[in-house]
Structures are given as structure tokens and as C-alpha cells.
Design a protein around this ligand. Structure first.
Ligand code: PEP
Length: 271
């Protein structure tokens, strides 16, 4: 059974699972950036991250309307791009929705699924997360599946239980080969956009728990390989302490990804 019981200090010294997993830092631009603003940001990142893209995966996740413009700039840069959501049907009369193939046709390779803002404002559930996830995998997109507890859930001592429910339902029906291709983002809802990040202890506890659960669901090999990002008020100032934790394989960054300097500084901290 997969188990690691290190203190955070020992674990930080020991490093990210002996360097087996390639780190991944993704910037979620949410509903920000017109096409011209998106182009400007993509150009600035391309210049700043020339060396880093060789050492870790860097992904930008703009609104749908910016994908093609960003693709033109980032093609051959080593920076990948993705979408913030998808619909599970392949095509049809689903006004306002975007399919996995449509996203892929922009050259995108990633898609966020089940972000807490979608769960909170757009009635996303673990069941719809699961349907979107299967559609993403079928189209060979790398899904970034977001899970995380609210503040009342944490205060009531239910954090691990909430994570388990979201993971078991969200990832239901996937085999180990499919699970390996998933990126999980642990994003405590109370830390998103608030400026209050999880402490390294809180983050490590949650990430270690998620990895142990993946081991139960799909075996130790899969648990060793699957990448788990932390998200929630990651900034250049706290990036190093969070990204050096043994079970933290990168970051999903919101606000700080909207400026080239701060996103580049986080990526550099991950290296
Ligand atoms: C997010 O949008 O996924 C996020 C983590 O936002 P922020 O970094 O602004 O907290």
C-alpha cells in the first residue's frame, strides 16, 4: 500500500518523489483577456520562458475566443495551451457548448474540468465532471480535473472525505492507463482568488491523501506517475514553499497568471 509519512520539512529536503514526475504549471486566465490582450501576454511569456519549457510543462488556458490567436503565437514555443471547459457530446444542437474535437482543432492539448467556479456558478457536479473527463480522454486531450473543499467543509473536518467523494465519482470507470493521463488539481475553494493559500502542511496532507487514494483505485504505479497540482492563491512569494513539497507536482494559477512577470516567476520557482 502506497504510504509516505514524512514531515513537511524532511519531505521538502527530499524533494518531489525523487524527480520522477515532470512538473506542470498552468495558468487559468478565467474570463479575462480580449484577443489583443491575450496575444500580448502570450508573446511576453514566450520570451520569458524559453529555457524553462525544457525542464517542465508550461500551459496557458485562455478563454475559448483567444485559443487560435494564442496558438499562432505559442506554436513551437514549448508552451502548451488548453481550454477551460468542454461539453461531452461530439457535435449537435447544443448552443453555446464546445466539444473536445473543436478544442483539439486549435492545437490545444489540455482542458480544465470541474473548476470550482463551474461547480459553484454553473451547476457542475461530479457526474458531469466524469462525462467531460471521458470525452477529453477519448479525444486525447490531457484533462486537469479540479477538486477541493469549501471553507465550511474544512472547518467541519470533512476535507478528506470531500476529496474522496469528488475523486471516486469524478474518476469513476477509468482504468489505470487512462488515470495516468489525468492531471489532478487540488484547489481548496477557500484559497481560490482570496489571497489566502493553503499552508505547506495542509497542501501536503491533501496531496498525499489523493495519491494514496489513487493507489487504492489504480495501483502504486499509477499513483507514482499521476501529477497533482496545487491551486489557490499561488504567487511568486509562496510558490517555492508549495512547489517543493513531495506530492505537489506543479500549480494551477489563476490571478497571478494574468501578468507575464508573476506567471514567469512562478514557473521559475517550480524549476
Ligand atoms: C484558479 O483559478 O484555479 C485559481 C487557483 O485562482 P487563484 O490563483 O487566483 O487563486
Amino acid at each position: 500500500m502506497y504510504k509516505r509519512n514524512l514531515t513537511v520539512a524532511t519531505a521538502q529536503k527530499k524533494g518531489n518523489h525523487e524527480g520522477m514526475r515532470r512538473k506542470i504549471v498552468a495558468g487559468n486566465w478565467k474570463m479575462y483577456k480580449t484577443v489583443s490582450e491575450a496575444k500580448e501576454l502570450a508573446k511576453a511569456l514566450k520570451v520569458r520562458l524559453v529555457n524553462e519549457v525544457r525542464k517542465l510543462d508550461v500551459v496557458v488556458i485562455p478563454p475559448f475566443t483567444d485559443l487560435l490567436a494564442v496558438a499562432e503565437i505559442l506554436r513551437d514555443s514549448g508552451i502548451s495551451w488548453g481550454a477551460q471547459n468542454l461539453y461531452w457530446e461530439q457535435k449537435g444542437a447544443f448552443t453555446g457548448e464546445v466539444s473536445a474535437e473543436m478544442i483539439k482543432s486549435t492545437g490545444a492539448t489540455y482542458v480544465i474540468i470541474g473548476h470550482s467556479e463551474r461547480r459553484q456558478y454553473f451547476a457542475e457536479t461530479d457526474e458531469t465532471v466524469n462525462r467531460r473527463l471521458k470525452a477529453a480522454l477519448a479525444a486525447d486531450l490531457t484533462p486537469i480535473v479540479c477538486i477541493g473543499e469549501t471553507l465550511p467543509q474544512r472547518q467541519a473536518g470533512h476535507t478528506l472525505e470531500v476529496l474522496e467523494t469528488q475523486l471516486r465519482a469524478g474518476l469513476a470507470g477509468l482504468n489505470a492507463e487512462q488515470l495516468r493521463r489525468v492531471v489532478i488539481a487540488y484547489e481548496p475553494v477557500w484559497a481560490i482568488g482570496t489571497g489566502v493559500n493553503a499552508t505547506p502542511e495542509q497542501a501536503q496532507e491533501a496531496h498525499q491523501f489523493i495519491r494514496q487514494l489513487i493507489a487504492q483505485m489504480a495501483g502504486d504505479g499509477c499513483a507514482d506517475e499521476i501529477r497533482i497540482q496545487y491551486g489557490g492563491s499561488v504567487k511568486p512569494e509562496n510558490a517555492r514553499s508549495l512547489l517543493s513539497l513531495p506530492d505537489v507536482d506543479g500549480a494551477l494559477v489563476g490571478g497571478a497568471s494574468l501578468e507575464a512577470d508573476s506567471f514567469a516567476a512562478i514557473v521559475k520557482a517550480a524549476v
